[in-house]
Design a protein around this ligand. Structure first.
Ligand code: PFF
Length: 461
């Protein structure tokens, strides 16, 4: 059933934005962004990141929408349909493989979030058992740090929470695009934002928090001197990861966008929302990191160690933690849904499976990968590093395709929705997708790949 007329689509403009923002905003903003900024020196990294978002992220996102909406298919099918008889579908395949890998480790981290939801209930109900009352911030930081270590090094709980998150995602995807995704995203994302803002207020008012703001916003290029090309490639990878681009997720979601929607406007709104949330997360984390004397370069555990301590410093304490982690779980699910949707669309459209079977098969295969991730720090690290290499590569093919193989006429048609919108930016867009984005990505990739690989496999160095 390729490109059949009964394909599902998003029902309203707000629904489209909610689903796209739901995909983009998630653990990438709250968990990954703060720790990679922290590891890579703060302000200078943020500046590079924002430049990539604007100059490369927006054009790649628009390109994915154009491919998906014009073909009305999954990433592999879309390339096959638009460029029949060529090898372009391999770019779609690369995307599907990237999604598999990302889905696996991402759902593992989503499971950690669930652990914190459940633990918060215990912490709230039995504060005396844990002795919170007598702990200062140093002791609290140590407590949550120990909790993180013992939880992630355990065997069963990480697997169980991972499986719970995966089945929840599967359940929502089987129930269909409109009902499944839009309904939840519309209500919960705004609440999450409010909670995040409250957290910022508390964090910036902590004694010693100012230093965190300086760290986040004052670019000091000495901080990236050590491994500039690896760090710059990581900024690019994080930009792609956070925007959910470079792997065909937004080709798939683009195929559900109606022709009357404005693709450029949609892309800009999603990018602004996603980047704002990442920066707000930074504003919530870094003042507290400095106030509590935590090392900003701590790594993946950074937010799991820092956030609970901020909550303990608020009236109401860990009740906030419970709400926050619950909503973070939800934000993660709106992202995992979009990943599973890619794989299901691929299986069902290319391999002619029913959506239900396709979902089952995806869950079994991702389930195995995810369990391996929970068992091995090395595999987890490798998977978590993969976006920095795979997504820029995928993004490269996507912009080259739009810039050089998709005809100018078709690109006008898509971007203007057949003439309904003015597209005065069209020449700028073509310049970005033909030259700026591909050259920048190729250059950064070529320079960064070696030091990135060495950072993953130090024994090769
Ligand atoms: N953009 C999501 C986040 O920042 O949490 C992560 C993500 C979603 C990656 C969807 C890949 C994807 F296909």
């Amino acid at each position: 059933m390729q490109g059949g007329g009964d394909r599902d689509s998003f029902s309203s403009k707000f629904g489209v934005l909610a689903a796209l923002a739901g995909s983009a905003i998630g653990l990438g903003n709250i968990w990954r962004f703060p720790y990679v900024v922290g590891q890579n020196g703060g302000g200078a990294f943020l500046l590079i990141y924002v430049i990539f978002i604007a100059a490369i992220g927006i054009p790649v996102m628009m390109s994915e929408f154009m491919i998906g909406r014009s073909a009305q298919l999954n990433p592999v099918g879309a390339f096959k349909k638009i460029a029949p008889g060529t090898k372009w579908h391999l770019a779609g395949m690369l995307g599907v493989v990237s999604v598999f890998i990302i889905f696996a480790f991402y759902t593992v981290v989503a499971g950690w979030t669930l652990e914190y939801v459940i633990q918060s209930v215990k912490w709230i109900l039995f504060p005396d058992k844990f002795g919170f009352a007598s702990m200062d911030n140093v002791a609290l930081t140590q407590f949550f740090s120990n909790h993180y270590e013992s939880f992630t090094s355990g065997t069963w709980r990480p697997i169980i929470w991972f499986l719970v998150m995966m089945f929840l995602t599967g359940y929502i995807v089987i129930s269909g695009v409109k009902n499944g995704i839009e309904k939840f995203a519309k209500i919960l994302m705004p609440i999450f934002l409010v909670l995040l803002l409250i957290l910022v207020l508390r964090s910036v008012s902590l004694e010693g928090g100012r230093e965190g703001l300086v760290f986040l916003f004052k670019p000091d290029f000495n901080t990236i001197k050590e491994a500039p090309f690896r760090i710059i490639l990581e900024a690019l990878g994080q930009a792609f990861f956070s925007l959910s681009i470079g792997m065909g997720t937004l080709i798939t979601y683009g195929s559900y966008i109606k022709r009357k929607e404005n693709l450029a406007g949609t892309a800009v709104s999603v990018v602004v929302a996603d980047t704002s949330v990442a920066i707000i997360a930074g504003l919530a984390i870094f003042p507290a990191v400095f106030a509590f004397g935590i090392d900003p370069g701590e790594g993946p555990e950074l937010v799991y160690k820092t956030l609970p301590v901020i909550f303990q410093n608020m009236a109401g304490g860990l009740i906030w933690a419970f709400m926050f982690f619950l909503l973070l779980c939800f934000a993660a699910i709106t992202s995992t849904i979009s990943m599973l949707e890619v794989i299901v669309a691929y299986f069902s459209e290319q391999l002619n499976m029913s959506r239900k079977r396709a979902t089952m098969l995806s869950m079994i295969s991702v389930g195995v990968l995810g369990i391996i991730c929970t068992a091995s720090d090395e595999v987890f690290g490798l998977f978590n590093a993969s976006p920095d290499l795979m997504l820029p590569l995928g993004g490269f093919f996507i912009v080259v395709f739009i810039g050089w193989f998709f005809s100018g006429e078709k690109s006008r048609q898509e971007l203007s929705s057949d003439g309904a919108f003015k597209i005065r930016y069209h020449r700028l867009f073509m310049f970005l997708v033909k030259f700026v984005a591909p050259l920048a990505i190729a250059f950064l990739f070529a320079l960064g790949v070696y030091s990135k690989v060495i950072s993953i496999f130090p024994s090769l160095g």
